[in-house]
Design a binder for this molecule. Structure first.
Ligand SMILES: *[C@@H]1O[C@H](CO)[C@@H](O)[C@H](O)[C@H]1NC(C)=O
Ligand SMILES: *[C@@H]1O[C@H](CO)[C@@H](O)[C@H](O)[C@H]1NC(C)=O
Ligand SMILES: *[C@@H]1O[C@H](CO)[C@@H](O)[C@H](O)[C@H]1NC(C)=O
Ligand SMILES: *[C@@H]1O[C@H](CO)[C@@H](O)[C@H](O)[C@H]1NC(C)=O
Ligand SMILES: *[C@@H]1O[C@H](CO)[C@@H](O)[C@H](O)[C@H]1NC(C)=O
Ligand SMILES: *[C@@H]1O[C@H](CO)[C@@H](O)[C@H](O)[C@H]1NC(C)=O
Ligand SMILES: *[C@@H]1O[C@H](CO)[C@@H](O)[C@H](O)[C@H]1NC(C)=O
Ligand SMILES: *[C@@H]1O[C@H](CO)[C@@H](O)[C@H](O)[C@H]1NC(C)=O
Ligand SMILES: *[C@@H]1O[C@H](CO)[C@@H](O)[C@H](O)[C@H]1NC(C)=O
Length: 409
């Protein structure tokens, strides 16, 4: 009788939907083993993974943070759970893994090179942890990887070798990467976002960025980049955001930048750029209405901005979306162009610490302003904002939101 009951129990347990017992495939057992080993390495102060029990009927598919497709682990998502410790090499045994999100925890140690065995991986979110060491070269083997985010870790070293060929979104920001920006980036023709800000990348901004026709967001702020801003960037016709603040770029702004029809943010503050700011940048009016919203040119050595013959430029700007214009701490001189006060959408205007002279135009007087002089005879005009609002930012690429047209099917 007891034997019959046990048999009944086993039959139920080992039948759909309770696939278990002998019906567990070798692949499933390997995945249970991989995840269990991952868990054993962890520091889990909240007990977030206490429910990870290999005897549950559909283990590991019914475990917290685990998603399966056809009974194989396709996603591992454990963000913001205060998990610490090293990432187990066994993660490489999740051979059907498409999405790995362990962001905003306290993981330390290195990015395991075994991840390159998860050849179906499309997105990796490891940002906001304490990972260190070099990026394993094997990552370049991930031929399906589209999103790779390791921002805000302690990663270092050069980006040597190849990067995954189908990348669309690459965020290496806020680490300690060094060396030159890899030339091989030219081959990643699907890139839409590159964020290398807050690292120690050195050398020049590669002209080969100009090959990236899908590129919309290029963030290179606060590195050690030098040399000119390559005019080839003007070939990135999809570019919406270009920021290279806080580097050591020199030379002039290439006039060809004016040919970027979608550019909304141009942030070049804190470099050693000089010469005339090309007016084509604001209004290549023969081609299109200016799309620029934010122009940050502060702390450089520019001497002139717009040439007198550009009255049509100002009238185009009046209907433009220019909301922030920062030309402070440069070497601009002469009278303040009165047309600036007519920029209808302007919310923030910074002109302090230049050598402007003459009266403050009536058009600008509607804004709150301060005027003072500093020792050394350089006149300082600081026009404070008419009003403030949230500047355009990173919101377009939410941490894990995958743009709908990225075809993740
Ligand atoms: C890594 O994290 C674990 C668990 O939080 C901790 O015990 C260990 O000291 C950390 N190691 C390093 C090198 O920070
Ligand atoms: C980073 O992770 C911590 C928890 O470890 C969290 O409090 C913080 O909000 C996260 N920051 C971002 C920008 O996601
Ligand atoms: C993965 O990448 C490494 C280093 O780039 C390379 O040596 C190896 O042959 C690659 N393996 C596979 C399976 O492609
Ligand atoms: C781009 O890819 C081609 C073909 O794989 C390769 O020959 C070339 O060296 C790559 N270019 C760079 C700069 O890595
Ligand atoms: C205006 O745009 C056209 C077409 O993109 C470009 O060829 C031209 O050089 C631009 N004019 C200036 C002054 O940059
Ligand atoms: C100004 O912004 C509005 C709303 O965001 C947009 O529809 C319009 O196309 C923009 N104008 C230009 C010239 O980019
Ligand atoms: C004024 O501008 C110069 C040149 O960019 C800069 O070196 C200096 O620090 C600025 N002074 C102030 C008070 O911002
Ligand atoms: C500013 O706009 C006003 C009203 O449209 C116009 O009368 C004035 O001439 C403009 N000033 C300049 C310098 O364009
Ligand atoms: C790029 O990285 C910086 C620094 O981590 C961050 O502040 C910024 O929001 C990032 N931009 C995007 C579009 O993610």
């Amino acid at each position: 009788m007891a034997g019959a009951a046990l048999l009944f129990f086993l039959v139920v347990l080992c039948s759909p939907p309770f696939l278990s017992c002998a019906q567990r495939s070798a692949e499933t057992l390997a995945e249970i083993e991989a995840l269990t080993s991952f868990k054993l390495n962890l520091h889990d102060p909240l007990g977030a993974l206490n429910g990870w029990d290999s005897t549950t009927p559909s283990a590991p598919c019914d475990w917290r943070g685990v998603d399966c497709t056809d009974n194989r682990v396709s996603e591992l998502r454990l963000p913001r759970l205060e998990l610490g410790g090293r990432l187990s090499d066994r993660l490489g045994n999740l051979r059907m893994l498409r999405k790995l999100s362990l962001r905003s925890n306290s993981f330390n140690g290195t990015v395991p090179s075994s991840l390159s065995q998860c050849t179906l991986l499309r997105s990796v979110f490891l940002q906001n942890n304490s990972l260190s060491g070099k990026l394993p070269a094997e990552i370049g083997n991930l031929s399906n990887l589209q999103i790779f985010n390791v921002a805000s870790n302690h990663l270092s070293g050069e980006i040597s070798g190849e990067l995954p060929p189908r990348l669309k979104y690459l965020d290496l920001s806020s680490n300690s990467f060094s060396g030159e920006i890899p030339k091989s980036i030219v081959n990643l023709t699907g890139l839409q976002l590159i964020n290398l800000s807050y690292n120690q990348f050195s050398g020049q901004v590669p002209a080969s960025f100009g090959e990236l026709q899908e590129l919309e967001f290029l963030w290179l702020d606060y590195n050690l980049l030098s040399g000119p801003l390559p005019s080839a960037l003007a070939n990135c016709l999809a570019l919406v955001h270009l920021s290279v603040e806080g580097n050591a770029l020199g030379g002039v702004i290439p006039a060809a930048i004016g040919a970027l029809p979608k550019l909304q943010v141009l942030a070049l503050s804190q470099n050693t750029l000089s010469g005339t700011v090309p007016y084509s940048m604001f209004c290549n009016v023969s081609v299109f209405t200016p799309s620029l919203r934010i122009v940050q040119l502060g702390f450089n050595a520019f001497t002139d901005i717009v040439k007198p013959e550009t009255a049509s430029c100002f009238s185009a700007l009046q209907v433009s979306n220019l909301t922030i214009l920062d030309v402070s701490s440069n070497s601009f001189s002469g009278v303040v162009p009165p047309e600036v006060g007519n920029l209808t959408r302007l919310e923030e205007l910074k002109m302090a610490n230049n050598s402007f002279s003459g009266p403050i135009p009536a058009e600008i007087k509607q804004c709150t302003l301060t005027a003072r002089a500093v020792p050394g005879g350089k006149s300082v005009l600081g026009f404070n904002s008419c009003k403030f609002s949230q500047p355009f930012g990173a919101g377009d690429f939410e941490l894990e939101r995958e743009p709908v047209d990225w075809n993740f099917a």
